[in-house]
Design a protein around this ligand. Structure first.
Ligand SMILES: *Cc1c(COP(=O)(O)O)cnc(C)c1O
Length: 399
């Protein structure tokens, strides 16, 4: 066979065997049909507790219509990177709309939230600079930090004393300083202490940056994110958000001053060297932000939080350890990775999709399954999931 493994590639086979032996090997679950609260993966219908589709916008009628209309009138692709010939009017309109929504001077959209973080951090800092970063910040922030070649100092998760210790030790740092945090942390669902971080950034002259991937469309008025939630307007220099989670489509954005955005036009490598979104994606996002800014959007956010509170309360009542979550992301702590994976596998067999997370995604000994409810889960779906969680959790001795 022409695809037989040649000797120079066998190290990959060995690496996969190693993953298997450590219970870190996985297969991709394949979604058949739409991304919805009740969904079919690998031919099995399950209550879906694993999507970031917080407001159910992946299948929303108004967004679908906007995508189809944009495809009809503008085609399926932009044909170039933004700086060559790939800036369409619809891209500029979306950026203006997001900037207005967030109350900032300007906005630039990237191909993904990952590209927004990695592209921005690596563009604004160089090897003479310093980054002060929460230990649980997202991989895209970590990669951006590494790409920048700046010095990286990591503080213990949300530990303001540890953060200030680093600030003090580097008080005479000759280069620029960046203090960076997730707004909502993706593994524990807890919220960053943004006002205190802003205090430190101001006291020690740091650029302040927050990644609101899990808070856009979830926290703040109309889902404006953690800056609005904490009333930190004017104190955060760089706000990143994603268009791939609550917004329901794909992409990432950076909001800030006009100078920041124009600088990124000139220096952010994903912006310069990777093709811009198809018109359908931009149109979908425009429709999403219009919805967020309307009573219908507010209603969806209220529903998201009502479902979140209901689900958390019931999990606790069942005796599950749900950690320190304050958002729709609710982990169920298990401890041992092998057991978390077993829990997830048995849940799937019984009709509930909740992924297991083990080392290195989370710390060793803190393996868990992660659940995310959305605005569009019906109570009977959540009841069904809770009943299954209780049954399997008891069988495995988790509760
Ligand atoms: C999901 C996520 C991203 C990446 O966003 P994409 O649009 O999916 O690339 C960035 N940061 C955090 C904290 C995330 O959870």
């Amino acid at each position: 066979m022409s695809t037989a493994t040649r000797p120079q590639m066998t190290y990959l086979t060995a690496a996969l065997d190693d993953l298997r032996s450590k219970h870190r090997y996985f297969r991709l679950r394949v979604l058949e049909g739409e991304q919805k609260p009740l969904a079919t993966f690998d031919g099995k219908e399950v209550v879906n507790l694993s999507s970031n589709n917080y407001l159910g916008l992946t299948t929303h009628r108004a967004l679908r219509k906007a995508a189809l209309e944009a495809t009809r009138s503008l085609g399926v692709g932009s044909g170039a990177v933004r700086t060559i010939a790939g800036t369409m009017k619809i891209h500029m309109d979306l950026e203006e709309q997001i900037a207005r929504f967030k109350g900032t001077e300007a906005c630039v959209v990237f191909q993904s939230g990952f590209a927004a973080n990695a592209g921005t951090v690596s563009a604004i800092l160089g090897k003479e600079d310093l980054i002060i970063s929460d230990e649980l910040n997202h991989a895209s922030i970590i990669d951006g930090c590494r790409l920048s070649k700046a010095n990286i100092k990591v503080f213990a998760h949300k530990d303001m004393k540890d953060c200030e210790r680093i600030c003090q030790e580097t008080v005479n740092w000759p280069g620029k300083k960046l203090l960076i945090t997730d707004g909502v942390f993706s593994m524990d669902g807890d919220i960053a202490p943004l006002p205190q971080l802003c205090d430190l950034a101001e006291k020690y002259n740091c650029i302040m940056m927050v990644d609101d991937a899990h808070s856009s469309g979830v926290l703040g008025r109309g889902g404006r994110g953690t800056v609005d939630h904490h009333n930190c307007h004017g104190r955060v220099d760089i706000q990143v958000g994603t268009l791939s989670k609550a917004v329901g489509a794909l992409g990432g954005y950076v909001c800030g001053t006009r100078d920041l955005i124009e600088f990124l036009y000139h220096r952010a490598r994903p912006f310069l060297f990777s093709t811009s979104h198809p018109p359908s994606v931009a149109a979908t996002c425009q429709a999403a932000f219009s919805l967020l800014d309307s009573p219908a959007g507010e209603k969806l956010i209220r529903k998201l939080w009502a479902n979140t509170k209901f689900f958390k309360r019931r999990l606790k009542k069942l005796g599950f350890n749900t950690g320190i979550s304050e958002s729709p992301i609710t982990p169920i702590m298990v401890g041992e990775a092998a057991k978390a994976f077993e829990f997830s596998r048995r849940l799937f067999d019984e009709g509930v999709l909740a992924v297991a997370l083990g080392y290195p995604t989370v710390a060793e000994g803190k393996a868990r399954i992660r659940t995310i409810v959305t605005a569009t889960h019906r109570r009977q779906e959540l009841e069904r999931a809770l009943e299954t969680l209780a049954r399997v959790g008891k069988a495995l001795g988790i509760i």
